[in-house]
Design a protein around this ligand. Structure first.
Ligand SMILES: CCCCCCCCCCCCCCCCCCCCCC(=O)SCCNC(=O)CCNC(=O)[C@H](O)C(C)(C)COP(=O)(O)OP(=O)(O)OC[C@H]1O[C@@H](n2cnc3c(N)ncnc32)[C@H](O)[C@@H]1OP(=O)(O)O
Ligand SMILES: Cc1cc2nc3c(=O)[nH]c(=O)nc-3n(C[C@H](O)[C@H](O)[C@H](O)COP(=O)(O)OP(=O)(O)OC[C@H]3O[C@@H](n4cnc5c(N)ncnc54)[C@H](O)[C@@H]3O)c2cc1C
Length: 665
């Protein structure tokens, strides 16, 4: 099929763009040099023919898909090594790293995923210098392939309830790892099934019968030559899932497996040869890798959404359906304001979380430096921020990815649109690395504590400083500052009301735990409200900061999106605002008008805005979202790849249908 250069609809859309697309791309990449680096990596990766799929993954069997994913992981590793891309370590400029290319090579994830995202970071974060020296290089060179094995069949959320034991035997200076029950089997770790030969095992340390809490151990599970499971190791894959089907998530059990003493990662806590335990300065430091991954999820969530919204908006510009005006041709579906309402918030939300993710990473790095010199004062705030932003970014972005999928009508249901797969990998972020409700309750715990300490005169940490403000009623103000202030009032109102309920429940005789459980719906509301106030504040302040350096045309578009985000959230959360602020019906009417005006204002820039995410066709992997806009041609080309289309009549006709038709079954 020969394709014309670009669909005229998209050509027209691109001509209406009011800003410099490359300038926005550079901003989103955190610098022109990052854009250049990212493109260089993409050029290299997409020129490797071994990384291309001849048959779409969805037409392969489970086993074939795994084998294909392993083959590609190995080639990708080689290419990335040649390009010098850093893996396992994140920093702000690594935003432009290979994660976008990664998800185009593996629509459903790689079995090596946990090697880079958790195994290596745990060695770096939890190992002492000697252990880092020993394991880091081996892992980076893929001499050993590992994962992070924490979750068990019986417990994922409640880490203190994990059952896998590591009992110290001082005679041999070894730990004995044991899985005492079926529920103690590790369950879920990525790559564990048939890929990894080592793993970080989170297990309950016991010395002379005394428990010392959960600690990280590096454990060899397969022979480095034969890849056979080592004696006493029971390992396999957990089976098919909603997504992540090529990640090879596995199960793992131990029958009294011995490992050397120095295989406990000992940066924070140590066990001496004679079995003396030295505790870390803060026992929660053993949870450090999870905090890091939660921080990075904010960026991942924004990235999934930006890909989905690029596909949906491009498709909406080339799809024509129904009639707006009787005597005119069918309009682009993007001209329907309801379609703009579904999609433009996706662009703004993606910006909001992307800019917040850069800010959060800087906060993480800063607090990490403080912890390195023994200052843990800001750990509670970091933990609360990581939990809460992980939750609201993953839930908002996943909801909007699904909205993008549905906004494409029937074609959004096609695997070749890549929207179902994007939904699958996005919704996983709501569960892994701390289930979202549980993470909100952790946030609430920190907020309630801060509130109570604050009421006794202790200063609030920076992101909670507005708790100190008096909650006096003031006239509604629809400016950005006014809306931010209103959301802070909602946050204060919800938190103070939750604390009052907790106090009332305990006064009425409930234990602290029962009072907490009874008020927990309110508490997660208070946690979410704090997260909203943080995101609104950071998104606005980051754009104000960047606004000073970008061109006036780009600044104006960036602020259109900030306004859209603010007004959209105000209308969404109207109930809360009516309860805790002076918002009136008149204000709502004018905000609705403002929202409609903003959709109209953004409309000519819609394609420019998604083009600025700069996703190549190979990255989007979508029949609906390609740069040239030839969605129907691509849908047909992909349909022809179905193995069923290789022959005009399938054998099942002769075997079953024909006998049925002839009454000879
Ligand atoms: C080469 C080609 C290939 C290239 C490949 C390239 C690949 C790379 C590219 C791919 C791109 C994708 C990248 C991402 C991928 C990610 C994939 C990840 C997959 C998913 C991994 C996982 O899924 S892995 C398991 C995570 N599993 C959890 O997430 C359990 C949650 N469960 C808890 O986390 C605890 O169970 C829970 C609830 C806190 C209670 O813990 P608990 O009972 O011990 O504690 P309590 O509640 O009693 O709290 C007691 C006090 O501790 C405080 N506190 C608690 N935690 C704290 C903390 N962390 N830091 C500080 N303080 C903390 C708290 O605030 C209290 O403070 P206070 O006393 O002052 O109030
Ligand atoms: C795709 C994917 C990849 C994963 N990869 C890994 C990996 O590589 N390594 C690893 O170790 N793990 C991994 N996991 C496991 C993951 O971390 C856990 O599934 C997650 O932490 C949730 O724990 P759970 O499954 O025990 O859920 P549960 O805690 O059983 O949650 C079930 C329900 O109970 C509720 N609930 C539980 N506790 C509370 C509470 N205290 N208060 C109120 N409600 C509560 C939850 O809100 C939820 O509604 C992965 C999971 C997925 C889906």
């Amino acid at each position: 099929m020969t394709l014309k250069k670009v669909n005229p609809d998209l050509e027209k859309e691109r001509s209406t763009c009011t800003f410099n697309i490359e300038e926005l791309t550079n901003l989103l990449d955190t610098g022109a040099h990052c854009t250049a680096e990212r493109r260089a990596v993409e050029d290299k990766v997409f020129s490797v023919k071994e990384l291309k799929d001849e048959i779409p993954d969805e037409f392969l069997s489970h086993k074939e898909r795994y084998e294909n994913a392993i083959r590609k992981s190995v080639f990708l590793h080689k290419v990335l090594q040649e390009t010098g891309v850093k893996r396992g370590v994140y920093n702000r400029s690594d935003k432009s790293d290979f994660r976008t290319t990664y998800y185009s090579i593996f629509k459903d994830g790689s079995p090596f995923m946990l090697q880079y995202s958790m195994f290596v970071p745990t060695i770096l974060g939890q190992g002492d210098s000697e252990q880092v020296e020993l394991w880091y290089k081996r892992a980076l060179n893929m001499e050993i392939i590992g994962t992070y094995a924490q979750t068990e069949l019986g417990h994922g959320t409640f880490i203190r309830g994990l059952e896998t034991e590591a009992v110290y035997d001082e005679k041999t200076e070894e730990f004995i790892l044991n899985s005492p029950s079926l529920s103690s089997y590790k369950w879920w770790p990525g790559g564990l099934g048939h890929t990894t030969n080592y793993c970080i095992v989170m297990a309950q340390l016991k010395i002379k019968g005394k428990p010392y809490g959960m600690q990280p151990f590096i454990v060899q599970i397969r022979d480095e030559e034969t890849h056979m499971p080592l004696p006493g190791v029971k390992v396999g894959e957990i089976g098919a899932k909603l997504a992540f089907n090529t990640v090879n998530n596995g199960f793992l059990g131990f029958e009294h497996v011995r490992i050397p003493r120095r295989h406990m990662l000992m940066r924070f806590s140590q066990v001496s040869k004679d079995g003396k335990f030295t505790s870390s300065a803060n026992p929660k430091l053993a949870y450090g890798t999870m905090v890091m991954v939660r921080v990075t999820i904010v960026n991942s969530a924004a990235t999934y959404l930006s890909r989905a919204v690029t596909i949906a908006i491009r498709y909406s510009a080339v799809r024509h359906q129904s009639k707006l005006k009787q005597n005119e041709p069918e309009p682009q579906i993007l001209d329907y304001v309801t379609q703009q309402h579904k999609l433009f918030i996706g662009i703004a939300t993606s910006h909001a979380y992307m800019f917040c993710s850069y800010w959060l990473w800087d906060v993480y790095v800063m607090y990490q430096k403080e912890q390195n010199v023994g200052n843990f004062d800001r750990l509670p705030e970091l933990h609360a921020l990581a939990c809460c932003l992980k939750v609201i970014s993953s839930s908002d972005c996943t909801g909007l990815v699904e909205k993008c999928r549905m906004s494409c009508g029937g074609h959004g249901f096609m695997m070749s649109s890549n929207l179902p797969q994007l939904y699958g990998i996005s919704t996983a972020t709501c569960t892994y690395e701390g289930e979202n409700t549980v993470m909100l309750l952790q946030t609430a715990r920190a907020l309630v504590k801060a509130w109570e300490l604050g009421s006794r005169g202790r200063p609030f940490s920076p992101t909670m400083s507005y708790f100190a403000e008096k909650n006096v009623p003031s006239k509604w103000d629809s400016s950005l500052e006014g809306i931010l202030n209103a959301f802070q009032k909602v946050s204060i109102g919800k938190l103070s009301s939750s604390v009052s309920s907790l106090q009332e429940y305990t006064k009425s005789g409930l234990s602290a735990e029962d009072a907490w459980n009874k008020a927990s719906v309110q508490l997660i509301g208070a946690a979410e409200a704090w997260g909203r106030a943080v995101v609104l504040s950071i998104y606005k302040s980051e754009i104000e900061r960047y606004g000073q350096t970008v061109s006036p045309a780009l600044k104006s578009v960036l602020f259109d999106l900030v306004e859209l985000y603010y007004v959209h959230l105000t209308l969404e959360k109207m109930g809360d605002l009516l309860l805790y602020t002076q918002l009136s019906e008149k204000d709502v009417v004018s905000l609705r008008k403002k929202y409609e005006d903003l959709l109209e204002k953004i409309r000519p820039n819609a394609i420019g805005l998604v083009d600025a995410f700069d996703y190549r066709d190979e990255v989007l992997n979508s029949t609906l979202g390609s740069y040239d806009g030839f969605a129907y041609e691509r849908l047909m080309t992909e349909a022809m790849k179905s193995p069923l289309n290789a022959e005009p009549v399938n054998q099942s006709f002769h075997k079953y249908i024909k006998p049925l038709m002839k009454g000879k079954l």
